[in-house]
Design a protein around this ligand. Structure first.
Ligand code: APR
Ligand code: PHB
Length: 389
């Protein structure tokens, strides 16, 4: 087979790129290791920056998002038994949208299918060949049958555990990682959200977050030791712990119920450099991971897709490789800023096992500064709503 762009990975990054390229008449084939249902079964975050909203609309996949997503003009920070609000719109003129990543991925699959987009599921043993030439190709098997696709470019959108990053030789790659000494226990419950806006809580018992998916589907998280197992946490234990960590008035009005999903995710910051090697380009989790505290996971993938889509469009429609040659540098500049913000939010709102009394005082002073300083709130708001592309 032959196409212009082979996209390895049928997650939100790969699907969004494929749909955008189609809009510019650029062909692509998506190779996904799992089934569509498996991809859609993964519960992920749900805060969308303006940049991601614009890309979804440009890709012609914004209708349900705009109809069902919640526009949030601000968020709540709770600490030391008090709550204060960060007003994104007052500080930056820009809100965010609450719309689950699962719904984003579902809308993208629907659009790909409607457009007759080529997605190969259940691919095995994907290998990227000759990325350092101008005629790369990708081989893989499906049900034991070998396949080969010749192409011009390969987009590695296959997440942290994919093959694309590992295709770049160790001698060329630099990796930066920080593992946090705790995880997030997250639950989904068919209950009304405790508040109209998200509550990020720093409590003596650790971090907690109150989020939502829709008017009767809520998402809650509590910081937990990495040694914990989901089975250690009954629903009752979860609700009880959450109530102890959020402001009293929220705890009093919290509506609890049976959880329909419960999982523990480790927290890590990770970046690989460079994000391109010859005609192979890394996007999203294949190149970088952020702790979820800043809600930057999908939004950093979106800016990668924005830069690569425009670079490929420039190559095919204008015959210029300026974007192609500058992709990694441009993407990494924004990625490192999002990494810094996610690391800062994580340090601000979590309790660390080895935190000294002085460290705790520093954390409390940071929170007090954020509460009392317009400039600090504007800096947080600018980063939360998304830095310019
Ligand atoms: N061959 C084909 N497909 C693969 C391979 C492989 N070797 N390895 C992984 N994949 C597929 C996975 O099954 C998955 O569906 O690539 C897809 C990668 O999707 P994601 O992990 O969702 O990564 P990405 O599309 O970059 O989305 C980033 O996901 O984890 C969240 O917080 C993150 O929100 C961010 C978003
Ligand atoms: C979520 O809704 O799952 C969510 C929201 C904000 C975060 C992380 C997760 O920072």
């Amino acid at each position: 087979m032959r196409t212009q762009v082979v996209i390895v990975g049928g997650g939100p990054s790969g699907l969004l790129l494929s749909q955008l390229l189609l809009k510019s008449g650029i062909e692509s084939i998506v190779l996904e290791r799992k089934t569509k249902d498996y991809v859609l079964s993964r519960i992920r975050a749900g805060i969308l920056e303006q940049g991601m909203l614009n890309l979804m609309r440009e890709a012609g996949v914004g209708d349900r998002m705009d109809a069902e997503g919640f526009v949030h003009d601000g968020t709540l920070i709770a600490a030391n038994n008090e709550t204060f609000r960060i007003d994104f719109v007052q500080r930056t003129g820009t809100p965010v949208m609450v719309y689950g990543q699962t719904e984003v991925t579902r809308d993208l699959y629907e659009a790909r299918e409607k457009a007759g987009g080529k997605i190969v599921f259940n691919t095995d043993g994907v290998v990227i060949h000759d990325a350092k030439t101008d005629a790369p190709y990708v081989t893989y098997t499906v049900d034991g049958t070998e396949h080969r696709i010749d192409c011009d470019f390969v987009a590695g959108c296959d997440g942290f555990h994919g093959v694309s990053r590992k295709t770049i030789p160790d001698s060329v790659r630099s990796e930066y990682e920080k593992i946090y000494p705790f995880g997030w226990l997250g639950v989904l419950s068919e209950t009304p959200p405790v508040d109209d806006e998200l509550i990020y809580a720093n409590s003596p018992r650790g971090f907690a977050l109150c989020s939502m998916r829709n008017a009767n589907l809520s998402r809650y998280y509590v910081q937990c030791p990495l040694t914990d197992h989901v089975d250690d946490w009954t629903d009752a234990a979860f609700w009880d712990e959450l109530k102890r960590r959020i402001p009293e008035e929220a705890a009093d009005k919290l509506i609890t119920g049976p959880t329909i999903e419960k999982s523990i995710a480790p927290l890590r910051s990770f970046v690989t450099e460079p994000m391109q090697w010859g005609r192979l380009f890394l996007c999203g989790d294949a190149a970088h991971i952020v702790p979820p505290t800043g809600a930057k996971g999908l939004n950093t993938a979106a800016s990668d897709i924005h830069y690569l889509y425009h670079a490929l469009k420039e190559h095919y429609l204008e015959g210029s490789d300026e974007g192609i040659d500058g992709y990694s540098q441009k993407a990494l500049l924004r990625i490192w800023k999002a990494e810094r913000f996610s690391w800062w939010m994580t340090n601000l709102l979590h309790r660390f096992p080895d935190q000294s009394d002085f460290d705790l005082k520093m954390q409390q002073a940071q929170i007090a500064f954020l509460r009392d300083s317009d400039a600090a709130q504007t800096v947080m708001a600018e980063n939360y709503v998304g830095l310019p592309y």
